[in-house]
Design a protein around this ligand. Structure first.
Ligand SMILES: [Zn+2]
Length: 73
């Protein structure tokens, strides 16, 4: 929401430790800078990012365009 980067954080989750991504501005600089208190499990964010990369970035047409461009240089 504020454009800051992800901030890795963890907390105990039963007997295990769970890892989350949250907003770095919210955690380091407080609610005056960013009001986004949401956090999400790292596994879920990683999966979503990898699916987006696999679906959009690694589509054969895009890969071909990048390959052709790099051959031209
Ligand atoms: Zn933020």
């Amino acid at each position: 929401m504020c454009g800051a980067s992800f901030y890795p954080t963890s907390r105990s989750h039963g007997r295990e430790r769970a890892f989350f991504y949250a907003c770095s501005a919210y955690h380091k600089r407080g609610t005056a800078v960013c009001g986004n208190s949401l956090s999400m499990r790292i596994e879920r964010v990683d999966d979503a990012v990898l699916q987006t990369l696999g679906g959009d970035v690694l589509r054969s047409a895009v890969v071909m365009a990048f390959s052709m461009e790099s051959l031209r240089r």
